[in-house]
Design a protein around this ligand. Structure first.
Ligand SMILES: [Zn+2]
Length: 131
């Protein structure tokens, strides 16, 4: 059974909340990384976190934590776009339902629990949620 409209709205809310939290973290980390790597820029305002311009800035700042946050931000954006469509909540491998419970914990999940485990045994994807 596909997700009900109410459940989609709930997932959408979860994604937006998580996105806002990560964007704030990213902002904080960018400021910190800039102070460490470009002390002369310290105190300069960081604007437009999460867009392409700051993505370029972030790729300049060689920082694993930033890359992780940025990747998650992009995954959340992609999930948000998928929620609007019909395929959200459908496993890309078996076509079954991922399930509201799993999606509310891992809104970026594209596989059901079973297929995710099979996938992780076959490929190693450290960025994918482990749930
Ligand atoms: Zn599946």
């Amino acid at each position: 059974m596909a997700l009900r409209k109410k459940q989609k709205l709930e997932i959408e809310r979860i994604i937006k909340e998580r996105r806002a939290k990560i964007a704030a973290e990213l902002q904080h980390d960018v400021e910190k990384a800039r102070e460490e790597q470009y002390p002369e820029l310290a105190g300069a305002p960081v604007t437009d976190t999460g867009d392409q311009a700051s993505a370029d800035l972030l790729s300049d700042l060689d920082n694993a934590e930033l890359s992780r946050d940025l990747l998650e931000l992009r995954e959340l954006d992609a999930a948000l776009a998928r929620v609007a469509g019909r395929k959200y909540g459908t496993c890309v491998d078996c076509g079954g339902d991922i399930g509201f419970e799993r999606l509310s914990a891992s809104p970026t999940a594209v596989r059901c629990f079973h297929c995710q485990r099979v996938h992780e045994k076959t490929f190693f994807h450290p960025s994918e949620p482990k749930l």
